[in-house]
Ligand binder design. Structure first.
Ligand code: CP
Length: 316
């Protein structure tokens, strides 16, 4: 079966179709409730998660399927030394589709090569988080009505934030985006991601440390958490963690229709008072996370959403 380690190898028409499917599911919850009857999803989470694991699981349950898995490597046989490959060869006998999160970059690729069923990367170290990107795209499209001709600020830990890497590389394929990369010097965007922007036909970027100076230019502000678990040095983390705190005062300089996204979990980087601001989109983003995972799971399994194709043909 087809696996999703990165969105890079999925044609853009299919990515946009997944967003359309997610929107369809949102308004046809009853009709799609048996789409994946009899299917089993395995969630193999070697790293902490609230949203990603629970939304993958809820997605399968809401499509009529069932769920197995582990959350926390200490309870699985990896704690006895089992390899990812052996784990995936094993789980391929039990499940029709697998979602895996692992602290090492490349773990999802290894898993997909060992498995005989589709594997979805639910986050591999500081590398990629493709289903978060689908979530982010669905949210940007819902808020702004488009995915290009936008000025998008990404703020915080741009070095270790895998959601940022996945999102930028995918947006680069969609047309004209001006990226404003806002971070402390120590947490700048990796070169391989900058290179993707430079080699895209239509996108630009600028790097800055000053959120206040650019916030008024932005259509979208994507805040991120400083990724404590990927730091080698606790002192560096403590020094950098509160560099940016978005609050009502800072938002006074932002456009009235700017959308504020955050993959969550948040620590301090968005003040709780901002949750009441109509520009805050991060809990809508959480809901979209479940919808895009419903779309992806059913699509990878080849389970047609009842009525979807007909509606698409009518719309076309
Ligand atoms: N956005 C995200 O990946 O959240 P979790 O770490 O809670 O899954």
């Amino acid at each position: 079966g087809r696996s999703v380690v990165t969105l890079d190898d999925i044609p853009m028409t299919q990515i946009l179709d997944l967003l359309d499917r997610a929107a369809y599911i949102d308004t046809h919850r009853r009709q799609v409730a048996h789409t994946c009857d009899g299917r089993v999803l395995a969630t193999l989470f070697y790293e902490p998660s609230t949203r990603t694991r629970l939304s993958f699981e809820t997605a399968m349950l809401r499509l009529g399927g069932q769920v197995i898995g582990f959350a926390g490597a200490q309870l699985a046989s990896v704690s006895k030394g089992e390899s990812i490959s052996d784990t995936l060869k094993t789980v391929s006998n039990y499940a029709d589709i697998v979602a895996i999160r692992h602290p090492k970059e490349g773990a999802a690729l290894v898993a997909s090569q060992a498995a005989t069923v589709p594997v979805i990367n639910a986050g591999d170290g500081g590398h990629m988080h493709p289903t978060q990107t689908l979530t982010d795209l669905a949210t940007i499209r819902a808020r702004k009505g488009r995915l290009n001709h936008l000025t998008i600020g990404l703020c915080g830990d741009l070095t270790f934030g895998r959601t940022v890497h996945s999102l930028i590389t995918t947006l680069c394929r969609l047309g004209h985006v001006d990226f404003v990369l806002i971070s402390p010097d120590e947490l700048r965007t990796p070169e391989y991601v900058l290179e993707r922007i430079r080699s895209s036909a239509d996108c630009t970027y600028r790097e800055t440390g000053d959120l206040n100076g650019v916030i008024g230019d932005l259509d979208v502000l994507y805040m991120t958490r400083v990724q404590q678990e990927r730091f080698f040095n606790e002192d560096d983390y403590l020094r950098l963690r509160d560099t940016y705190i978005l609050d009502a005062d800072k938002l006074r300089a932002a456009r009235p229709d700017m959308a504020i996204l955050h993959p969550l979990p948040r620590v301090n980087e968005i003040a709780v008072e901002v949750d009441h601001d109509p520009r805050a989109a991060y809990f809508q983003q959480v809901r979209n996370g479940m919808l895009v995972r419903m779309a992806l799971e059913s699509a990878l399994l080849g389970d047609e959403l009842p009525g979807y194709r007909e509606q698409k043909e009518v719309a076309a």
